[in-house]
Write a protein that binds this ligand. Sequence first.
Ligand SMILES: Nc1ncnc2c1ncn2[C@@H]1O[C@H](COP(=O)(O)OP(=O)(O)OP(=O)(O)O)[C@@H](O)[C@H]1O
Ligand SMILES: [Mg+2]
Length: 308
Amino acid sequence: MKLIEAYNLEKSFGSVKAVDGVSLYVNKKEIFGLLGPNGAGKTTTIRMITGIIPPDKGRAFIMGYDTLREPLRAKRHVGVVPEIAAPYVDLSAWDNMMLVGKIHHVNGRERRDRAIKLLEMLELSDAMHRKVKGFSKGMKQRLLLAMALISDPEVLILDEPTSGLDVISARMVRSLIADLRREGKSFLLTTHNIEEAGMLCDRVAVINKGKIIAEGSPEELKINFNGFRSIRIVLDRDIEDIEKSLEGFEVLAQGRKILITCKQNEVNELIRSITRLAESSGARIEEIQTTGPSFEDIFMKLIKGEYK
Ligand SMILES: Nc1ncnc2c1ncn2[C@@H]1O[C@H](COP(=O)(O)OP(=O)(O)OP(=O)(O)O)[C@@H](O)[C@H]1O
Ligand SMILES: [Mg+2]
């Protein structure tokens, strides 16, 4: 059974087509990531799926319930952390948890047990009786996640759950998501963090300008790029106009560091060209490394529309 389904969602704001025919689904025990740059249409897609805004076209279902026609049923099994949300700052973390629990009709005993467990998992136990006013951004974000989980929902929809968090908070959130998936929960999340999507998600859809331009497991997306290699070079000084000298290749130069993406059969030729270029400019190659494309390389290629 598919826990979330969306078919051909479309949404325009004035002349801006924010979402242009997005379809997606989330299976049970799956972390599905909607990955895209700023303004790609991630939040708009999420808002249509959660029934916050109606789509111009298309339909969305949660646990089989149409999110517009049967919003209460659809929302009963879902926990949501929107892109912009805040706990009540004049309440403590604990009181926020109790309030959300009551709204979701979680009975008293269960509400308290779950709150204790969740606050512990997100390392908020020590701060739980303090007013949220004094919380850091990372603490607030973790509390929002705990609040979304108090009703023990089957499926979670998280819009950029780690955005703006430091490494430690982000890791805490990611490992909680992975743990909960192992317990049987399903996730629809958005991110613009490519490595995060690669690490965390079972399936990823890359969205750009309102359209899904690629979809698959992170491994599948990489396999599609098997013919490509990335060459990383560090020189002892920068060579002027290196991009021009290597015309025809995709070259990214930043001072002494150069990154080139090319086809497998071009690697040798390229390395020869660079060695010649370095010699003639009196530069020395300090480091040279050939790797398969990283998830970031793939993403950049997709976004640029160069992937065929
Ligand atoms: N309420 C709105 N009114 C007008 N334009 C909007 C509105 N919401 C979104 N847009 C526009 O729709 C497009 C998609 O925005 P959206 O917020 O869905 O992108 P996003 O992928 O979530 O970006 P980000 O990574 O920055 O959060 C953008 O061009 C945005 O300016
Ligand atoms: Mg967004």
